[in-house]
Design a binder for this molecule. Structure first.
Ligand SMILES: [Zn+2]
Length: 318
């Protein structure tokens, strides 16, 4: 057996020494004329300890979570559901589906109305894809058959009809079936003399149905007028966002208009108005608080107080 580890001239096995830590060895080896790099142990820099950063467990890795679009904090979906989709950190009101909205609002759900109506393709409309194909995709994505959901149920002990727009379904746009369902909701409310509540969240009329979509504005307005003549209360809750033909019809014809904080409400979008008037429109233009200040709505209500507020108002109106 031969010894392979022969000492070489360059001493490769000697480890690189930190010059700051090497005062003693240098002073031993070198002559007295060379200056020592540090005088005392007090001026000697403290050797650094390498930090080991442990991966922090975030809520995402433990449970499905949602990021707040305003404060960007993560909240578990379970916590959000219990808090009615209001951010516990900054009080931002996140979007809700129509079914979640009505389940949160009503104390008891008895019946779903308007399920007999189905969308056709009256204009054989094709944009980037045919309208029936687009509808099918939306139905698969949302699990809903149309953009408006109507329930008859109870708010506390009071019988009510409540409907809500699902913004995920083609931007909550108002087509023929949305009109049909709203009119059915109004007719049931009228027949039984029970209040109608509508949670609006829509981009406006549905262009794929052309003038048939615009006609729903008149139909829904006529149904609301019949409620008014019979003294049946109709309350609108404006949620983020409400625009276009829905603002121009059923969303602004209520006996009382409530809105959620910071909801965007208008007819034309902010950018379109800016281009037309050639002015920059500052915040809070078209926000619920701005509309309240200008007398367009009656009250801005926190989502946690909506049930109580609507019930109190209805108790007075009825
Ligand atoms: Zn937040």
């Amino acid at each position: 057996m031969t010894n392979n580890s022969k000492p070489t001239k360059t001493q490769p096995n000697k480890k690189a020494v930190d010059p700051a830590m090497d005062c003693g060895s240098q002073s031993d080896k070198k002559t007295a004329t060379t200056e020592p790099k540090c005088e005392t142990w007090l001026s000697r820099p403290v050797p650094r300890v390498k930090r080991h950063t442990l991966p922090q467990l975030t809520a995402v890795e433990t449970e499905p979570s949602t990021q707040c679009p305003q404060c960007h904090s993560m909240t578990t979906n379970t916590a959000l559901i219990f808090n009615s989709y209001v951010c516990p950190h900054c009080d931002h009101h996140l979007a809700m589906t129509a079914r979640e909205r009505l389940a949160d609002f009503l104390d008891q759900i008895e019946q779903e109305l308007g399920q007999q109506f189905h969308t056709g393709d009256p204009l054989s409309f094709v944009d980037s894809k045919p309208y029936p194909q687009r509808m099918q995709q939306m139905q698969q994505k949302t699990g809903e058959s149309e953009a408006l959901i109507v329930f008859k149920g109870k708010l506390r002990e009071m019988d009510v009809v409540a409907c809500a727009f699902d913004f995920r379904f083609m931007g909550g746009s108002m087509g023929s079936v949305v009109g049909d369902r709203f009119v059915e909701a109004a007719e049931v409310a009228l027949e039984r003399k029970i209040p109608l509540i509508c949670f609006a969240a829509s981009g406006g009329a549905r262009m794929q149905e052309g003038v048939l979509s615009l006609m729903q504005m008149a139909r829904t307005a006529a149904a609301i007028e019949r409620l008014r003549l019979s003294g049946v209360p109709y309350i609108v809750v404006l949620t983020n966002p409400v625009y276009g033909g829905v603002t121009a019809s059923l969303a602004m014809l209520g006996d009382i208009h409530l809105a959620e904080p910071k909801a965007m409400i208008g007819f034309a979008g902010k950018r379109v108005i800016e281009q037309t008037v050639r002015q920059t429109l500052e915040e809070p233009f078209q926000r619920a608080e701005y509309l309240l200040e200008h007398g367009m709505i009656d009250q801005v209500v926190h989502r946690h107080q909506l049930n109580d507020t609507v019930h109190r108002l209805l108790a007075k109106l009825m």
